[in-house]
Design a protein around this ligand. Structure first.
Ligand SMILES: *[C@@H]1O[C@H](CO)[C@@H](O)[C@H](O)[C@H]1NC(C)=O
Ligand SMILES: *[C@@H]1O[C@H](CO)[C@@H](O)[C@H](O)[C@H]1NC(C)=O
Length: 393
């Protein structure tokens, strides 16, 4: 197999300061995100660039096999996509190095250019806490118990002396903190435990938002000055969810009345849950800004908006037919979602194929994760809503 191509920089050749991150109209005014020299990122499989492939609980999973990675890296990299993730596009656009997956780093030198703590399958809440709510998690990693702890571990390594707080603050202050989407796994496990009823999942919202809030507060306390926090995706538009949770049986078409959003075909109450999460998250971020005035620029990154817009009008955003907007590109599940409720034919396993139009025409790559094309769209939306080009450049 040919060696991997070097990661091209989207804006190679431009000076680092060209993209200055400022703020669209919200209660932050137009404060610029300070210039950064590395990325520290957190989250689950939507942000994981190689940790789950190393973690014993998930190593060897389907995402470590072809056709994962086919579009860009031309080999599986541990990313749950055909190509790059949102965090890859953000780093490229800001001229920052690719952060090293935490579990792939062995020494401080490996993390000088940043670290990615996101793990595929990670939950926001600690697995023991979820068990107490009747919810089973499959990966022993959470934002609550592991990812922020790993960040402090890396910060201590980078500062050389574990007690050199000044050095640690200097490093944190010159880093971009990207909290990718987190909580999807908690909700999805709770939806399964509840057979598709949303009450159990919705009851987790305050706890999940609490974990994200305390993780963001934690990095601000460590000296962070630039923090971007992603919201929830449209859960009800996921091919996996659509395949696992058909409308309640018995009443034919009338039973489906209100189950699907008529405009998108997504499961309405699952999207309501995502919207609730996003409202509460934005409220928590406003509170954090008030609690730490001037300490850090804390931005909300909207994933829900761009993905929902693409599902509703795929052609407008460069995707294929409306009828395939809710289908996995890679899989073996057949019509209409190309996803099997018993997970046979999952992408990367026997019986799965890549869609005829290619991943770039699809929103969902494997029924759970997005294609590189969707990730690019989302990253672009984040950058245009949170960044402006320095007028001098
Ligand atoms: C995550 O933290 C929990 C609680 O401390 C621990 O039991 C678990 O082993 C940690 N996971 C990893 C992969 O280190
Ligand atoms: C879900 O369905 C299973 C099997 O039909 C049933 O045993 C279980 O009690 C249900 N759980 C809930 C929370 O309704």
């Amino acid at each position: 197999m040919a060696p991997p191509p070097p990661l091209p920089r989207l804006l190679a050749g431009l000076a680092l300061g060209v993209l200055l991150v400022a703020v669209a109209a919200d209660d932050e005014g137009r404060r610029r995100l300070p210039r950064c020299s590395r990325v520290f990122s957190f989250g689950d499989s939507l942000t994981d660039t190689g940790n789950a492939a190393i973690l014993p609980a998930t190593a060897g999973g389907p995402f470590t096999r072809p056709p994962y990675g086919m579009t860009y890296f031309r080999r599986p990299t541990g990313r749950a996509s055909d190509g790059r993730l949102v965090v890859d596009f953000l780093a490229e656009a800001l001229g920052l190095p690719e952060p090293t997956p935490y579990l792939a780093g062995k020494a401080a030198a490996d993390f000088r250019r940043g670290a990615n703590f996101a793990v595929g399958g990670a939950t926001a809440l600690d697995p023991a806490f979820l068990r107490g709510r009747g919810v089973t998690s499959f990966v022993p990693v959470s934002l609550a118990s592991n990812e922020t702890r790993w960040f402090h571990d890396v910060l201590r390594q980078l500062a050389a002396a574990a007690d050199d707080e000044h050095a640690q603050r200097t490093i944190a202050a010159s880093s971009l903190f990207y909290f990718g989407e987190i909580g999807f796994n908690d909700y999805s496990f709770a939806l399964s435990a509840g057979n598709g009823t949303v009450d159990a999942a919705a009851s987790l919202v305050p706890d999940i938002i609490g974990v994200i809030r305390s993780s963001v507060a934690d990095v601000i306390a460590a000296g962070a000055r630039a923090v971007v926090v992603a919201g929830m995706i449209p859960i009800g538009c996921e091919p996996e969810m659509l395949a696992l949770f058909p409308p309640p049986s018995g009443g034919g078409a009338t039973a489906a009345g209100g189950y699907y959003d008529p405009a998108s075909g997504c499961i309405a109450r699952f999207n309501d849950l995502a919207e609730l999460h996003n409202r509460e998250l934005q409220r928590a971020l406003r509170e954090l800004r008030r609690a730490h005035p001037g300490a850090a620029v804390v931005r909300y990154a909207d994933l829900y908006g761009p993905v929902s817009a693409a599902v509703a009008s795929p052609r407008k955003y460069g995707f294929g037919r409306r009828s395939s907007a809710l289908a996995a590109c890679c899989g073996g599940g057949g019509e209409p979602y190309n996803f099997n409720a018993n997970f046979t034919g999952f992408c990367g396993t026997a019986g799965s194929t890549v869609c005829a139009g290619g991943p770039s025409a699809s929103i969902s790559w494997d029924g759970i994760h997005y294609t590189e094309a969707t990730n690019r769209l989302v990253a672009h939306a984040i950058l245009t809503s949170t960044t402006v080009r320095d007028p001098k450049s």
